[in-house]
Design a protein around this ligand. Structure first.
Ligand code: GLV
Ligand code: GLV
Length: 325
């Protein structure tokens, strides 16, 4: 079997390009590729492997026509790829787990602090001349320490967030597979045994001061947080989403934030990225980030390394280091 040519759909940081150049048979796109060009490149036999971004969509139809050995996703998540279809067609999928856990947990805490303490609003007050000196009632927020964090999901990022929250003196609840449940054994809890509490989804929704989402996007989690869930949350609760936008019904969220159904939201992901639901950007009780959970120089470089190693391994017909299916 001859080695495959690799298509790299967006510029990625070093050492990705060096690893790929050393392999040799690579096409680098200088600008992000559009859906039509992607379709041509993966169906005309010119490329056997794609080093893809979350914005490159591989649905069942495209995968049924694709002449691909595999897709190396430059992300830990892979909801841009219909992995069941990929598996059916013998197309390998790789991802970049582990390396972005801490940076995404950091962004989760940043959004909790920024929403609770109104950091973005406060910054604007200073920049627009609204800071006239210390005042007893200026920009009062809510406490983080002593409050309850509810984690929807209990993977690596949720656990890393739990450790940070415990450091802030928070009570940590978790529901591992909302909206249903699953058992979590002590060995899975590891160092968190006795420090975090497993509850069901309705309890998590009802009791969290901060409800933070750490689930993959699947048919079960699409609109997990809808108008009913928002209504069941405390009216002083804050919603944090660093997972995937469509886990939240963003239109219902705008209504809830407007109507005081919940207090605030900190979002790093959006339902129809890069578009925002109408009205979201006008709400002062939101902190909105452009999907930067993994955006540190060192993390993006590690993601580049892992995704390049996955791509080269697939291209050579070897087992990739991080394989999803
Ligand atoms: C980012 O969202 C990722 O899945 O890596
Ligand atoms: C993501 O990779 C997670 O396990 O939370």
């Amino acid at each position: 079997m001859t080695d495959h040519r690799i298509l790299v759909t967006s510029l990625i940081p070093e050492p990705g390009p060096s690893i790929l150049r050393e392999y040799g048979d690579v096409t680098f796109c200088d600008e992000p590729i559009d859906a039509d060009a992607l379709r041509t490149a993966v169906t005309d036999g010119s490329h056997g492997v794609v080093l893809a971004q979350l914005s490159d969509r591989f649905d069942a139809d495209l995968l049924s026509r694709a002449t691909l050995a595999g897709i190396s996703n430059y992300a830990v998540g892979f909801d841009n790829i219909d992995v069941d279809a990929a598996q059916r067609h013998g197309i390998i999928v790789g991802n970049t787990p582990g390396v972005l856990t801490d940076s995404t947990a950091d962004i989760t805490v940043l959004l909790m602090l920024a929403t609770a303490r109104r950091a973005v609003e406060a910054d604007r007050v200073v920049r627009t001349g609204g800071f006239q000196g210390w005042q007893p009632n200026l920009m009062l927020g809510t406490d983080v320490s002593g409050r309850t964090l509810g984690l929807a999901g209990f993977g690596r990022i949720a656990k890393a967030t739990a450790r940070r929250a415990l450091g802030f003196g928070m009570t940590v609840l978790f529901c591992p597979r909302p909206p249903s449940d699953r058992d979590v054994a002590d060995h899975e809890l590891g160092d968190l045994v006795g420090r975090v509490t497993h509850v069901d989804w309705p309890t998590l929704v009802r009791e969290s001061d901060f409800l933070s989402l750490h689930v993959p996007l699947t048919d079960d989690t699409r609109h997990l947080v809808d108008a009913d869930v928002l209504a069941a949350m405390r009216d002083d609760a804050i919603l944090i989403n660093t997972a995937r936008g469509p886990v939240v019904d963003e239109t219902a969220l705008v209504e809830a934030l407007r109507g005081g159904v919940i207090a605030a939201a900190g979002l790093d992901v959006f339902e129809r990225e890069p578009e925002l639901a109408p009205g979201l950007a006008d709400l002062p009780n939101t902190v909105l980030l452009p999907h930067v959970g993994s955006a540190t120089v060192s993390v993006r470089s590690e993601m580049a390394r892992l995704s390049a190693l996955n791509a080269v391994a697939i291209a050579r017909g070897e087992e990739p280091p991080h394989r999803v299916v």
